[in-house]
Design a binder for this molecule. Structure first.
Ligand SMILES: [Zn+2]
Ligand SMILES: [Zn+2]
Length: 126
C-alpha cells in the first residue's frame, strides 16, 4: 500500500505503509533480500501507520544507565561525538529541535540535550 499522506523526504515518492510493525518488518526483510537495503520500521505520527526508513538514517544508540531525560526515561547514548551530531542534525531538520551534544558525566558516551538558547532559564522571582 502506498501512503496518500506521506512521501519520502529523499525520494519525494509516496511511502509504503503497513498496518502493523510485524507487516513493516516483513517488508523490511523483503527489501533487504531483494535490494540489499537495510530498512527500519517506524510508527508514523502523521498517518498512524508504519513505514520503513533507511537504516543509515538511524544511529545506533544504547540507553544510559545513569542519566534520564526530561521525560524521566533513560537517555539515548551515542558512541561518539559524530554520531550524536548526526542525530542532532536529523532532529533539527525533522523537528526543528535545537539540540547540543555533550559527554555523559558518567562516561557512558555522548548524549543530546535541548539547547538552552530557545528557553533560557530565568533566575530570580517568578
Ligand atoms: Zn505516514
Ligand atoms: Zn549518561
Amino acid at each position: 500500500m502506498k501512503s496518500e499522506t506521506c512521501v519520502g523526504k529523499a525520494t519525494g515518492k509516496p511511502l509504503t505503509e503497513y498496518d502493523s510493525e510485524a507487516d513493516a518488518e516483513e517488508g523490511a526483510t523483503h527489501a533487504q533480500q531483494r535490494f540489499g537495503r537495510r530498512l527500519i520500521p517506524y510508527a508514523c505520527d502523521t498517518c498512524n501507520m508504519w513505514h520503513l526508513a533507511p537504516a543509515n538514517r538511524q544511529t545506533p544508540t544504547t540507553k544510559c544507565g545513569y542519566c534520564t531525560g526530561a521525560d524521566g526515561r533513560p537517555k539515548d547514548t551515542y558512541r561518539n561525538e559524530s554520531e550524536a551530531r548526526r542525530r542532532a542534525d536529523i532532529l533539527r531538520r525533522e523537528q526543528g529541535a535545537d539540540l547540543r551534544v555533550y559527554t555523559c558525566e558518567y562516561g557512558s558516551g555522548w548524549h543530546l540535550t535541548r539547547g538552552q538558547a530557545q528557553r533560557p532559564r530565568r533566575k530570580g522571582p517568578k
